[in-house]
Ligand binder design. Sequence first.
Ligand SMILES: [Zn+2]
Length: 182
Amino acid sequence: MVASDLVNLSGLMDDAKCFALVRQHRWPEGICCPGCGSPAVIRDGCDDTQPHRQRYRCKPCACRFDDLTGTVLAGHHQPLRVWVLCLYFMGLNLSNRQIAGELGLAASDVQTMTEQLRRGLVAKTPEVTLEGEVEIDEVYVVAGHKGQPGEVAKRGGSDGAAGWQARRAAARWRRTNHRSSA
Ligand SMILES: [Zn+2]
């Protein structure tokens, strides 16, 4: 593999088709808002530097996004064409090593890319952030029932809710008792 092959291959690719392929992979059921999931989305012009990168606006939540917003493809150091070629080669069942050879990349880079692509071109939803005072309730883990049928009956019986409240009260008492005796 010589460098000119890569240049030729990449040069044959059409940016418009690259973005069309991304849209097809990302939204097989039709474009929807990455913020609220609504399909009520309208086109809102194109990216200033990438004329085929479509921008959108969500009608219900008014959020703005484009073809690549929130995906691994946004702001990545590899050009979109390289990602699209990688997707194409994955479709041909090429190994990471073969894809690396075709794209002139390190096998480790290609492995990272294929792993990210397999996870899907799905925008990551932001993780839940807890604010203010957070109380975590006690969790009871039953370590083992073997040889303790009485314990099983006591914990898993029909009075489950009442038993839980009793245990919770007992735990509270133990905590306060421990604190005062410390
Ligand atoms: Zn929305």
